[in-house]
Design a binder for this molecule. Structure first.
Ligand code: HEM
Length: 367
């Protein structure tokens, strides 16, 4: 029979590892908050280059980078579009959106913006060009720019079209809650010898890098630098599968009466499950929910699996704690009785966790 002292040697280190993991998870989330917000984005109702209505609330839950620009501008806009093209390339694999808002909706019909988007090789899923057909469109967008970015759009009717609208040349980073997290002078105006604005612009690469780093941190958190967010589902499924294997091994070992090896396997399964929980919460905090894209009869099958997995995952936690407690108190008979419920339930949760991953990311991957 395994002595209490021996068990303490395994139990306490496991509890300490679990507590440290929880504390580190909290610290990572804290570090991932990103720059302090500058204010809330104002409400808008616009249309994109495909005439799809887009309102501010559609962007909730997404990290996005916004710029104010118009298609025939010959001043800062060509540079700003070059920056956004660069960011589109660098931010591939994330679902950070790029959004350009027209400073001159009178010039920028959806058709004009569609042509512009095509000429820039803009990915329609990741780069939106917003405008409006409202007769008061310029005023609407002006108010939005004033309230959201504390800047302005000023029309000079005398000027030729390419220079008619002065507007912010900065890019803005907006978080999942619609808070403006930063303003970046990625395109800056050059000054002449007398210190007057020259009307010429250049790209400031340091600011582009700062924007990219802040956007990636908002999107993927502090761990995003080392682990890409898209790896997490596979890592989590791996942790689930591994803890399932440990549970099976632990069960075989106790059937062979190898008590110490059984305890090590079961405590390792607890450690891996705690790691899984932290990793799962981290992923969902930053990425949000992933919709299931399967259609037809497979949908009810998937949701039944997901529901049973979620309910049992919550139910099994107190059972695991109780089972461990009984082993710790050397109440082995009571431990065995409870463990015969805990073990199959926990195995079901591990196996269905892997199945949910396969359904969502391998068998029916979304966009
Ligand atoms: C939550 C984690 C654990 C689970 C799920 C678990 C599971 C099980 C199961 C299913 C059995 C019964 C096997 C059978 O008779 O078919 C069992 C027995 C046993 N477990 Fe665990 N176990 C866990 C943790 C531990 C720990 C940490 C120890 C440390 C000493 C331990 C010690 C034992 C012993 C001594 C028995 C044999 C009891 C007897 O023969 O009456 N278990 N365990």
């Amino acid at each position: 029979m395994m002595s209490r002292n021996k068990l303490d040697r395994f139990l306490w280190p496991t509890l300490i590892v679990v507590l440290i993991a929880v504390a580190q998870g909290a610290a990572v989330v804290e570090l991932s908050r990103g720059p302090e917000p500058l204010g809330q984005i104002a409400d808008f109702e616009l249309i994109d280059q495909f005439e799809t209505p887009r309102k501010s609330s559609d962007f909730r839950g997404k990290v996005w980078i916004a710029g104010v620009t118009y298609s025939c501008c010959t001043m800062s806009c060509p540079h700003q579009r070059a920056v956004l093209q660069q960011l589109q390339e660098q931010l591939k694999g994330t679902n950070i959106l790029l959004v350009t808002i027209s400073a001159a909706p009178g010039f920028d019909s959806p058709e004009a913006l569609r042509k512009l988007a095509e000429s820039l090789n803009a990915d329609p899923k990741r780069w939106l060009f917003l405008t409006t057909r409202d007769s008061q469109g310029l005023e609407l967008i002006r108010r939005f720019v004033q309230q959201s970015f504390h800047s302005d759009i000023v029309e000079n009717p005398e000027a030729e079209p390419g220079q008619r609208f002065s507007h912010p040349s900065r890019l803005y980073l907006i978080d999942r809650n619609g808070l403006v997290r930063g303003s970046y002078a990625c395109v800056e105006e050059l000054y002449d010898d007398k210190g007057a604005p020259s009307g010429l612009f250049q790209i400031n690469s340091d600011e582009v890098q700062r924007l990219r780093a802040d956007a990636e941190r908002l999107y993927a958190g502090a761990l995003g630098r080392w682990f890409k967010l898209k790896w997490f589902p596979a890592i989590n499924a791996g942790l689930n599968a591994l803890s399932g294997l440990l549970l099976l091994t632990g069960w075989v070992l106790i059937r062979w009466n190898k008590r110490q090896a059984h305890a090590i396997c079961m405590l390792s399964a607890v450690g891996l499950s705690a790691l899984f929980l932290i990793s799962y919460l981290y992923y969902h905090y930053f990425h949000g929910a992933t919709p299931f894209s399967g259609t037809g009869w497979i949908r009810p099958v998937y949701f039944a699996l997901l529901l049973s997995h979620t309910i049992l995952a919550a139910v099994v936690v107190p059972l695991v704690i109780m089972t461990l407690y009984r082993a710790w108190k050397a109440q082995y008979e009571r431990h065995r009785r409870m463990a015969r419920i805990t073990l199959p339930m926990w195995l079901y949760v591990s196996v269905t966790g892997v199945l949910v991953y396969l359904f969502l990311y391998q068998w029916f991957p979304g966009d």
